[in-house]
Design a protein around this ligand. Structure first.
Ligand SMILES: [Zn+2]
Length: 90
């Protein structure tokens, strides 16, 4: 690197002055839980006062998926330890 291109401490500090992280801006849903603004509420599935996500159906589907995965793991003969780890992840 040529000396002309070298960044001094002041220039580095000025660049990094914009690197601070800020917390997520959360809004309160009508159901009372915090949610990310301009996103549907994961708790009640509402956006802008109307239901856009069928929360009950989603929960049932997720439950069915986890049951099927566990069944496949048991069928493949993997140990119970790996199953428990998968459950802990989910
Ligand atoms: Zn909600």
């Amino acid at each position: 690197m040529v000396v002309r291109m070298r960044r001094n401490h002041s220039q580095t500090a000025k660049r990094r002055s914009h690197h601070a992280l800020i917390g997520a801006q959360l809004a309160t849903c009508e159901c009372g839980t915090l949610r990310v603004s301009h996103r549907a509420c994961p708790q009640c599935g509402k956006y802008n006062g109307r239901v856009v996500i069928d929360v009950v159906a989603r929960a049932k589907r997720d439950q069915r998926r986890t049951q099927r995965k566990q069944k496949e793991l048991r069928a493949s003969g993997q140990s119970t330890e790996t199953k428990e780890k998968e459950e802990a992840k989910a």
